[in-house]
Write a new protein. Structure first.
Length: 546
């Protein structure tokens, strides 16, 4: 069975399958009706054992079956008239012909084009109108009124309807239709229509060749009388067998076809000519400009929404990394981050555990942007929960976090991680380096030591094991943990690199962690010399003071 209907400009035809389906104005509904008289979740359609039921879901404008309002579940039968808001439907047999597919407003396409068609390039069609056209009553006035639509702040649906009313003043027609083309598609969608009494959209069948010619070659087309073509005299091939004349012009901007303006007539006294085709192309050119304007406004609104969401996400991320200073006997710590985008995938953390030990963390999530930021927040939250364990264990915590990441993320999502625990009683640093840049231990004596990887990145494979290494921290020793945004910072000729990093760290070994951070960052900024930042820069310093 099918549920078929129309709101006057769009056609709907849905194959009913077993189960319950939500119908409404919300895009996520199973049956989507973009009509203002329909509520966001308007009604429920249930198909079970060849029986169909409809239930109104408390809609604003109600649901009727054969003119009678319904509330609770109501059985509907073949031929029943069902109205959702002001949109008319009926229940029909599954093999009954319709002009649109499920959840579609596309027009039916025929495989051929009529021999009497005239194809005219849009550049030719848009040449100045001949005097015999401009002298037709109301032509210049109508063109002027159409041009006014470019500056009026009206809703798109209202503007298109008014534009068709204006065109109908000077071009006689039974059906005047605007079809639009979704970007990246060759499907045509009925967007607005102006129909004379007794006419409807259900009989539109455009030639596939004609549609493709309009979309690809931007031709304006004057369709002759199909009754004069033997191939179409006994079938509904182009639009309707009684058609006497029709025209179609592309609505295009900078080479891309946005839609089609179509008009037809069955009146033999209203046979269209090339002059009428040029007039229609003029109207189409004005409409295309307005459609571009709507697209730009929608794009701007979408961009503003994205910017607002990014601003909010950036604020949340900064709050996650806004850490209070930690007072641990004999140690000082400082962390810093400079993101290249509003949000990023680098993170740092430090926290004094319940038993007095100090945990430090620097990590880098694969990828950039919002996706990396979400993954970062997830990993950070997981580890912070584990900090509360009475006996926080490095291996168990890293394994648990890696398992969760592998289980609930995409194969390309992984994290490099350096996490360590400083025991202020023993002055020893235990650490796991999961595929991260080697941290640097800077001795007060003027030597350096790399804290190399003890296993691979987390989240990449199940069942991995990481080793724990341990070093002693003497008075004046410091550890610098950083992400690759430091060593891969781009200068005018090369990258900052590990050699420059080691030289800078040795020169700063007598400084406090905060001073080390500030002066290392200044050194990097001088090196890049205004070159654009391509990655987040994150660093954490911890130093044994005494």
């Amino acid at each position: 069975m099918k549920l078929v209907g129309t709101d006057g400009s769009r056609l709907y035809s849905w194959e009913l399958t077993e189960g319950k389906h939500i119908l409404g104005r919300k895009v996520e509904c199973d049956f989507y009706i973009p009509n203002q008289t329909v509520s966001r979740r308007h009604a429920e359609i249930e198909f079970s054992n060849e029986t169909v039921f409809v239930t109104d879901l408390g809609s604003h404008n109600g649901t009727t079956v054969n003119e009678r309002p319904i509330g609770e579940k109501k059985e509907i039968k073949l031929g029943d008239r069902i109205v959702f808001g002001e949109v008319n439907f009926k229940l029909s047999e599954g093999d009954e012909p319709t002009t649109v597919g499920a959840s579609s407003r596309s027009t039916q396409l025929a495989p051929h084009d009529p021999e009497k068609s005239v194809f005219l390039s849009i550049n030719e069609a848009l040449k100045p109108l001949p005097s015999n056209v401009t002298e037709i009553p109301e032509v210049l006035t109508t063109i002027s009124d159409m041009a006014r639509t470019l500056v009026l702040p009206e809703p798109r649906e209202k503007m298109l309807s008014e534009a068709l009313d204006l065109i109908s003043r000077v071009i006689p027609s039974e059906r005047l239709i605007i079809l639009t083309v979704p970007e990246g598609s060759d499907e045509v969608i009925v967007e607005a229509s102006n129909l004379s009494s007794g006419k409807d959209l259900s009989s539109i069948t455009l030639s596939r060749t004609i549609i493709q010619d309009i979309l690809q070659n931007k031709n304006a087309i004057l369709i002759g009388n199909p009754m004069e073509d033997a191939r179409y005299s006994d079938q509904q091939s182009i639009i309707m067998s009684e058609l006497k004349s029709a025209m179609a012009v592309p609505l295009f901007d900078q080479g891309r076809v946005l839609g089609i303006l179509y008009v037809d007539t069955t009146n033999p006294l209203h046979r269209y000519s090339n002059d009428f085709l040029k007039l229609l192309a003029t109207f189409g050119n004005i409409l295309a400009s307005k459609l571009v304007n709507y697209a730009l406004l929608a794009e701007r609104a979408e961009r503003q929404l994205i910017e607002a969401e990014l601003k909010r996400a950036s604020s949340i991320q900064k709050k996650l990394l806004d850490l209070a200073p930690q007072q641990v006997d004999g140690y000082s710590i400082h962390a810093y981050q400079d993101q290249c985008r509003a949000v990023g995938g680098d993170m740092y953390d430090y926290c004094q555990l319940p038993d007095g030990r100090l945990v430090i963390l620097v990590a880098d999530v694969s990828g950039k942007g919002m996706g990396a930021a979400l993954l970062m927040a997830n990993v950070l939250a997981s580890l912070r929960i584990l900090y509360q364990s009475p006996q926080f264990d490095l291996v168990q915590s890293v394994q648990a976090t890696s398992t969760q990441l592998f289980k609930y993320s995409a194969p390309e999502d992984f994290v490099t991680l350096f996490v360590g625990i400083i025991d202020p009683q023993k002055n020893r640093l235990s650490y796991i380096n999961a595929g991260h840049n080697p941290a640097v231990l800077v001795h007060s004596t003027g030597t350096t030591e790399y804290l190399e990887a003890t296993g691979i990145m987390i989240g990449a494979f199940p069942g991995m094991v990481w080793d724990v290494n341990e070093i002693e921290m003497n008075i004046g020793d410091s550890v610098c943990v950083y992400t690759d945004g430091v060593t891969e910072a781009e200068g005018t000729t090369d990258q900052y690199g590990e050699e420059r990093l080691l030289d800078c760290l040795l020169g700063l070994r007598a400084e406090s962690p905060q001073s080390m951070t500030e002066k290392l960052m200044k050194n990097i900024e001088e090196f890049v010399s205004g070159c654009p930042q391509s990655d987040d820069i994150t660093m954490l310093f911890v130093k044994r003071e005494g």
